[in-house]
Ligand binder design. Structure first.
Ligand code: GZL
Ligand code: ZN
Length: 324
């Protein structure tokens, strides 16, 4: 009897001194390979993922920032496999180059969730689920706003000289947003692309490219800029060159992401249109993981709904309440 009592007391002592109880033992171990920290959008996306995949929510998150290099993402994923994580979440920098590493994850029985941009793989079973935006639709939203704007201002059919600032080549966001512009050019022979600048989604690169472009060409009607940070760089270059934008008859900047700073530029009349691209994928990815944990099969593709904002629509409250 005495022995049993001693064992019981010992067990209680162990449990109370911080040794993990059974319920604490099983944190869901997730390896997340993030593109980088190239834009306000990406920083908001990372914050959303880290907040959702917290220890308090039952996760042990292994996070890697690839600094916009695919080879770093491949290294991170192989590291996650070696650490035998329960799940891998990948925000892929570009669509191609994932077959081999995802085959290794599959061979090790580790489900992979893709978030934000898409991947182009030979075998769709190499990933379990994807959640993100319809980038082509975002581009179509921008083009239809431009066509409506021209119509309202009796400028339909008018020739337009468009400067195209492109995101990272091969990223789904670049592919989709560019496809919408190219589709519009085919419909509008009166529209002309006067330049394509590879801005890589960063403010610095876009500023340099637009500053140099303006040295030889200043007759621009529209800047189609595939994310807000590249728009900020372009606006800075225009202002330095003394070229006004956003006003009646001035250069119209069409921008993607709709981060708070861009909505402020739009309210202040510098950016003409902000097309939303929602970065808050943390809760969506967590929901997919919970479905997998519960043994159910999540949808293969989940698209998030998005809007577009112009100056007339924006209020200070909307901007203040913006989560990112
Ligand atoms: C879009 C995302 C893009 C953003 C950029 O979902 O992949 O990458 O538009 C970010 O801001 O850099
Ligand atoms: Zn037209």
């Amino acid at each position: 009897m005495k022995k049993a009592l001693v064992c019981l007391l010992l067990a209680m002592l162990l449990a109370s001194c911080g040794a993990p109880g059974p319920e604490e033992e099983h944190l869901i171990r997730v390896g997340f390979s993030q593109v980088g920290s190239e834009s306000d959008w990406r920083i908001a996306n990372t914050a959303s993922m880290i907040a959702a995949l917290s220890e308090a929510n039952g996760y042990e998150l292994l996070f890697d920032n690839a600094k916009q290099r695919q080879e770093n993402q491949l290294l991170a994923i192989r590291n996650f496999i070696q650490q035998n994580v329960d799940y891998i979440v990948l925000a892929p920098i570009t669509e191609s180059g994932w077959d081999d590493v995802l085959q290794e994850a599959k061979s090790n029985g580790i489900p992979v969730i893709i978030v934000d941009r898409r991947i182009a793989v030979s075998d769709d079973s190499l990933y379990t689920s994807w959640v993100g935006s319809d980038f082509r639709e975002e581009g179509e939203l921008a083009i239809s706003w431009l066509e409506a704007f021209l119509q309202q201002h009796s400028r339909a059919g008018e020739s337009l000289r468009i400067l195209h600032i492109q995101g990272t080549e091969g990223a789904t966001a670049q592919i989709g947003r560019t496809a919408a512009l190219e589709h519009a050019i085919r419909r509008h022979p009166e529209w002309e692309i006067i330049g394509v600048l590879p801005g890589e989604y960063t403010e610095a690169k876009s500023y340099e490219l637009v500053r140099d472009f303006l040295k030889t060409e200043q007759d621009i009607d529209v800047i189609y800029s595939e994310n807000d940070n590249m728009s900020f760089g372009a606006v800075r270059a225009l202002e330095e060159a003394g070229i006004p934008c956003g006003g009646e008859g001035e250069i119209m900047v069409l921008s993607f992401d709709a981060v708070r700073r861009a909505l402020e530029f739009c309210r202040d009349g510098k950016i003409s249109l902000c097309v939303e691209c929602n970065p808050l994928h943390g809760p969506r990815v967590a929901a997919l993981l919970q479905q997998l944990e519960n043994g159910s099969t999540p949808a293969k593709l989940t698209f998030v709904d998005e809007l577009a904002f112009d100056r007339e629509m924006l209020t200070d409250d909307m901007i203040r309440d913006r989560e990112y």
